[in-house]
Design a protein around this ligand. Structure first.
Ligand code: BDR
Ligand code: CA
Length: 307
């Protein structure tokens, strides 16, 4: 599998990237970055550091520094001021990002190898929308487009209660991306909530004696404490679940295809994904909505990436 990852790393993004880098048979050929959880100027060094931790190489590209239209502010409460959980003792990196813009890199790679790349988006869809706007043939050249984002039962995680962060952050971009791709695969917020990692598993994995496990432990404690304060059943894995079903599609236990778009105007619902469950719109299905996953399989992917 030839893969491009688009990310606003981000604590859970970092774990998703690690999972891809540790997957035999997956070649991560580019990592494009975008403002989301934190500003892109912090996302870039975070991704470079993940490559250091995993001792892997991939070109990293700086992308959009703000949403298309929406106002933006960082999610420091969830991801820390650095986007990696206020990681103390952070080692410096010698790596540098490429000079090419992320959107140009997306278009170049798709043109060099049409029909070959799996594109996994872990943040707001700003870069993806810009690529599709610059070259309307871009989506057709992508083999498979998977994204973490959206709600399927209107139970979100943002100030707009029905909206999920990645879509809420840049609703116009999400609207454009979903309209541009003939088919996308969506890993939603409610599916994330329904598939936590147990706290026992989380403690065991972050207690492993490896650089990768120590990194996960050091960077995930802010998020873990926040999740515990909400009394959720376990540690939540939004971006890692999207990556897990990409590197191992047989982890999907239940999914269905629907016509999906994004609300752009509602006073309370801007950024909500609107799903035509009953086929009443007359629009053809454009999103495969993932509903259930094999969590033993996800835990096995975590063990492999932290080993
Ligand atoms: C999404 O928003 C970010 O906080 C996470 O990295 C994930 O991509 C979850 O709503
Ligand atoms: Ca993310």
């Amino acid at each position: 599998m030839r893969m491009i990852i688009d990310t606003d790393a981000g604590v859970d993004d970092a774990q998703a990237i690690m999972m891809a880098l540790a997957s035999p048979g997956v070649a991560v050929e580019a990592i494009t970055t975008v403002t989301g959880n934190i500003h892109v100027d912090k996302v870039v060094p975070n991704v470079l550091t993940v490559l250091d931790i995993m001792k892997k190489d991939a070109p990293v590209y700086r992308g959009a520094d703000r949403p298309l239209i929406a106002n933006w502010s960082p999610e420091e409460q969830v991801h820390g001021q650095d986007g990696l959980g206020n990681w103390k003792d952070r080692p410096p990196t010698q790596r540098r990002a490429e000079s090419e813009h992320a959107v140009n890199a997306l278009l170049r790679l798709a043109n060099q190898a049409p029909g070959q790349y799996t594109l996994v988006a872990l943040g707001p869809l700003t870069n993806i929308a810009l690529a599709a706007q610059l070259d309307p043939s871009f989506p057709a050249k992508i083999k498979q487009f998977v994204f973490m984002g959206g709600t399927i039962q209107a139970m979100g995680n943002t100030a707009n209660l029905t909206s999920e962060f990645n879509i809420y952050c840049d609703p116009e971009a999400a609207y454009m991306a979903l309209r541009a791709f003939p088919m996308s695969t969506m890993l939603s917020w409610e599916t994330t909530m329904a598939h936590p990692m147990t706290w026992a598993q989380f403690e065991a994995l972050t207690g492993l004696d490896t650089d990768a496990a120590r990194f996960m432990k050091a960077t995930s404690s802010v998020t873990a404490e926040l999740i515990k304060s909400y009394q959720y059943d376990g540690y939540l894995l939004p971006d890692p679940l999207a990556m897990a079903i990409t590197v191992q599609p047989d982890l999907i236990r239940k999914s269905a295809e629907y016509a999906v778009t994004v609300e752009l105007h509602g006073a309370h619902t801007r950024g909500q994904t609107i799903i035509d469950y009953r086929g009443r719109s007359g629009h053809r299905p454009n999103v495969r909505v993932v509903q259930e996953l094999d969590m033993d399989g996800v835990a096995a992917l975590y063990r492999r990436m932290l080993a």
